[in-house]
Design a protein around this ligand. Structure first.
Ligand SMILES: [Zn+2]
Length: 717
C-alpha cells in the first residue's frame, strides 16, 4: 500500500488528505483481469442501468448529457427540476465484505468466483511503509483501491440501489460513488415529498451496506424559470439541505438557469493560470521550444477547456467566443512573440490552429455522435418557445446539415475475431494465389480479385461501388475473394491473398474489428481457415508482379465502367471514422468561411487564402516564428504598418517607390526583388515549404537593410 497526497488539501497531517493505493502482485492482477473479462462477457451482458462509470461506451459525458437533457426538458417546458447530488463518503474503503458477496450472487456470478473474491478481501494483509516505519493490518472492510476488480464490484453493489429506481418519477444517475437523484414536475410540494422519501430510502440502503452519505456535502438545486419560487424545505438525516444556485456535477457547473457562463468562466480562469505558468517557462532566448509549448497547449489546456463540451458548446455566445479567443492568443504569444497589434486570427492562420470556439464545438459534436445511441432524449428537444432548443436537438440538426451523405450509419462494432490457422501440412501442393485491388475514379470505385494456381487463372471478378474510400474497396475485394474461396476450397492447398495496402493487411492480421466490413471479412477469413490454411499478405504495388498488375487493371476498368452504369451497387454504411472525417472537414470549412468574411487581417488573407491545419513550421525556433509572424500578418517593420501608429508622410516602398510598402508587396510584387523571388520560387517548386520560402526572402540582404532603416526611422520619431 502506498499513499498519494491529494492535490489542494490544506492539512497534510490528516489521513484523509491521502489516497491509499494498493500495489498488488502482478499475478493477482492478471487473475483479476481474467475474472473481470469473464464476468463482463458471460454474467453481466449489457451495461448496468443508470451507471455511467467503468462501463464500456459510457463516460462522464453520457452522464452529463442525460442529466442536462432532462434539465432542458423541464426548463423549456415551464416545469421544475429538483436535483440532489449525494456525496458518498469513502466509497471504496467502506465496502462491506458481505454486501460485495451478496451483490455478486444476486447478479448471478458463479459461486466459486464469489467465494474466491470473498477470500481475497478477507485474507488480505496490507503492508504500508511511511518514512521508514513499517506496519501491517488485516482489513475488515473496503476493497483494494487500484485493484482491477474493485470498480466492477463497486458497480455491482451500487446496482442494488440504482435498479430500485427503475419505475417512478424520481430518476437517478450513478457515476462510481457519485449519486445524482432528481425529479421533474409542476408542483414543488409533491416533488419535495417524493424526493424526501427517496432520500430516506437511499440513506437506509447506505446504512445496510455500510456506506454513509454526508448531508453537509450534499448539494441541491432547483432548476426553474420561476425566480420567485419558494421551495419547500428538504431534510436529510434531520439536517436541512439548503438550495444552491449551481450544481457542480462531474466537474461541470450547471447553473439553475442553464447559463453556461459561470462554468466557462471558471474553466477559463483555471486555464489562464496554467498558461501564465507555462509562459514563465519561455523567453526569447531560452526555455521550452514552440513545439513543446504547442504540445502542452493542445494536449493539456485545450482538452481541459473542451471538457463537457457536449452539454454547453452548442450555444457559445459572442462573449464566450471572445474570451476563448483571448485564451488562444495567450497561448500563441510566447511562441510567436508578435507585435501587440497583431490580430489573433492571423496568427491562427499562420500556425494552423483552429479557432478555439470551433474546436470546442467540434469536440461537443464528436461526443454527441459517440453517445448518440446511449442518450435517448425522450423529447424532440424543442421547448415551448421555438427558440429554446436543447443540446441534443441542436447537435442533431447540425448533424443533418453537415453529414450530407444519406446512407445509413453503421452500428458500433468493436469486436475481436480470433482467426486460428490450421497447422502446416506436408500434403500441400501449389498454393492458390489471390490478388486483390481497388481503384477510384471520381465517385466510383472498382474492386477486383483474381485467383491463380501457378500460371493458370482459375477465377476472377470485378465489382463496383459508389462513395467509398479506396481502403474500403480493397477490403471489399478481399471479402469477395474470400467468399469465392469458401465455395471453392480445396483442403490440399493453402491460399495466399495478396493486397498492396499495408493498412488493410495489418488490420486483417490483427484481430480487432472496428467496423462492420472488417468484422465480416475477418469472420469469413476465420471460416475459410477452418478448412484450409489461408493468409493475407502484403505485396508491393506496381512492381511488376503479374497477378497484381492484372488485378490493378481490372479494378481500374471497373471504376471507369461504373461511370456508364446508372445503378451502381448500394452504398456502404459509413464507419465512425468516416463520419468523424466528414465532421472535421465541415469544421475546417466553417473556419475557412470565418476567415474569408473577417474584416481585418488583410495581409494575412493574401498570404494564406486557404486555411490549412497541418503546419510544420512549429518546429522552427521562436526567433524565426517571430519574423514569420511579422511578415505574414504585416504587423512588422514595414512602413505601411509603422504609419498606423506614427505619422510618416512617405510610406512608399523604399526599394522601388512604386507602391505602398508592406510585406505582401515585397513578397509578391516589388520589381527590385524579382531575382530573389525567382530563386525562392524555384526552391518552393522543388519541395521547399512555402512558409520557409517567405522567411528566406524576408531574410534577404535587401529586406534586412530595409527593415534596419525602418527601425531607425521608428526611433527618430
Ligand atoms: Zn517595392
Amino acid at each position: 500500500m502506498t499513499f498519494i497526497p491529494k492535490a489542494g488539501k490544506e492539512d497534510y497531517a490528516k489521513a484523509k488528505a491521502y489516497r491509499p493505493i494498493t500495489l498488488s502482485n502482478f499475478l493477482l492482477k492478471g487473475l483479476e483481469r481474467v475474472v473481470q473479462w469473464y464476468i463482463l462477457e458471460y454474467v453481466i451482458t449489457g451495461p448496468l442501468e443508470r451507471q455511467h462509470a467503468y462501463t464500456k461506451g459510457r463516460s462522464c459525458d453520457s452522464a452529463l448529457s442525460t442529466f442536462v437533457n432532462d434539465v432542458e426538458y423541464a426548463i423549456y417546458n415551464n416545469k421544475h427540476l429538483l436535483a440532489i447530488s449525494l456525496d458518498c463518503s469513502g466509497a471504496f474503503d467502506c465496502i462491506q465484505f458481505e454486501s460485495a458477496a451478496r451483490s455478486m450472487r444476486l447478479k448471478g456470478v458463479p459461486e466459486n468466483i464469489v467465494v474466491w473474491y470473498d477470500n481475497l478481501l478477507k485474507g488480505r494483509r496490507v503492508h504500508a511503509e511511511v518514512q521508514g516505519q513499517r506496519t501491517h493490518i488485516i482489513p475488515h472492510r473496503g476493497s483494494p483501491q487500484g485493484g482491477v476488480l474493485s470498480p466492477l464490484i463497486w458497480n455491482l453493489i451500487m446496482d442494488g440501489l440504482l435498479s430500485t429506481f427503475k419505475r417512478g418519477p424520481v430518476k437517478v444517475i450513478g457515476y462510481a460513488d457519485d449519486l445524482l437523484i432528481y425529479i421533474v414536475g409542476k408542483s414543488t410540494d409533491t416533488m419535495a415529498e417524493m424526493i424526501q422519501s427517496e432520500l430516506k430510502r437511499v440513506t437506509e440502503w447506505g446504512s445496510v451496506n455500510g456506506l454513509s452519505f454526508n448531508p453537509t456535502k450534499t448539494s441541491m438545486v432547483w432548476y426553474t424559470r420561476n425566480r420567485n419560487l419558494t421551495p419547500p424545505n428538504i431534510y436529510m438525516e434531520g439536517v436541512e439541505i439548503k438550495p444552491k444556485a449551481t450544481l457542480k456535477y462531474l466537474g461541470v457547473e450547471i447553473h439553475s438557469s442553464l447559463s453556461w457562463t459561470p462554468h466557462v468562466t471558471e474553466r477559463l480562469n483555471k486555464c489562464k493560470f496554467l498558461l501564465s505558468k507555462c509562459r514563465n517557462l519561455v523567453s526569447r532566448t531560452w526555455g521550452l521550444s514552440p513545439q513543446k509549448m504547442e504540445w502542452i497547449y493542445k494536449s493539456v489546456i485545450r482538452p481541459k477547456l473542451a471538457y463537457g463540451a457536449v452539454v454547453w458548446a452548442h450555444n457559445i455566445t459572442k462573449v464566450i467566443d471572445k474570451k476563448l479567443n483571448g485564451i488562444q492568443r495567450l497561448a500563441m504569444l510566447p511562441i510567436t512573440q508578435p507585435l501587440r497589434s497583431t490580430p489573433t486570427a492571423g496568427l491562427e492562420a499562420m500556425l494552423g490552429w483552429m479557432p478555439l470556439s470551433l474546436y470546442i464545438e467540434e469536440a461537443g459534436m464528436m461526443t454527441y455522435l459517440r453517445n448518440k445511441e446511449l442518450v435517448k432524449p425522450g423529447w424532440d428537444g424543442v421547448g415551448r418557445q421555438k427558440s429554446c432548443v436543447g443540446h441534443l436537438g441542436t447537435w442533431r440538426s447540425k448533424e443533418e446539415i453537415t453529414c450530407t451523405v444519406t446512407y445509413p450509419r453503421e452500428r458500433r462494432v468493436s469486436q475481436y475475431v480470433w482467426v486460428e490457422k490450421p497447422k502446416r501440412s506436408s500434403l500441400w501442393t501449389h498454393p492458390i494465389a489471390l490478388y486483390t485491388d481497388a481503384s477510384k475514379e471520381k465517385d466510383n470505385v472498382g474492386y477486383s480479385w483474381i485467383a491463380s494456381i501457378g500460371d493458370y487463372v482459375i477465377g476472377e471478378a470485378t465489382m463496383t461501388a459508389k462513395d467509398i474510400s479506396v481502403y474500403k474497396g480493397k477490403m471489399l475485394a478481399i471479402k469477395e475473394a474470400l467468399s469465392w474461396l469458401r465455395d471453392h476450397i480445396e483442403i490440399s492447398r493453402r491460399n495466399v491473398i495478396y493486397c498492396d495496402s499495408k493498412s488493410v493487411v495489418q488490420v486483417l492480421n490483427g484481430c480487432l474489428a472496428k467496423d462492420e466490413l472488417t468484422w465480416d471479412t475477418l469472420k469469413l477469413l476465420r471460416e475459410v481457415n477452418q478448412v484450409a490454411h489461408t493468409s493475407v499478405q502484403w505485396v508491393k504495388g506496381h512492381s511488376g508482379i503479374v497477378g497484381n498488375e492484372v488485378v490493378d487493371m481490372l479494378a481500374k476498368n471497373g471504376a471507369l465502367e461504373a461511370a456508364n452504369i446508372s445503378d451502381v451497387k448500394p452504398h456502404m454504411p459509413a464507419t465512425q471514422r468516416e463520419v468523424k472525417k466528414l465532421m472535421h472537414d465541415h469544421f475546417l470549412r466553417e473556419w475557412q468561411l470565418r476567415w474569408e468574411t473577417l474584416k481585418s487581417c488583410r495581409i494575412s488573407k493574401l498570404f494564406y487564402p486557404k486555411i490549412r491545419e497541418d503546419k510544420s513550421i512549429i518546429c522552427l525556433a521562436i526567433k524565426k516564428l517571430q519574423a514569420l509572424a511579422q511578415s505574414v500578418t504585416g504587423h512588422g517593420l514595414f512602413k505601411k504598418h509603422i504609419k498606423q501608429w506614427n505619422y510618416i508622410e512617405d510610406y512608399q516602398c523604399s526599394l522601388c517607390g512604386e507602391a505602398d510598402e508592406d510585406s505582401w508587396h515585397l513578397w509578391e510584387w516589388c520589381p527590385k526583388l524579382k531575382k530573389e523571388r525567382e530563386v525562392i520560387q524555384r526552391r518552393i517548386d522543388t519541395g521547399l515549404n512555402r512558409d520557409l520560402g517567405i522567411l528566406q526572402l524576408m531574410n534577404s540582404e535587401k529586406i534586412k537593410s530595409l527593415r534596419a532603416r525602418n527601425e531607425s526611422l521608428l526611433s527618430t520619431i
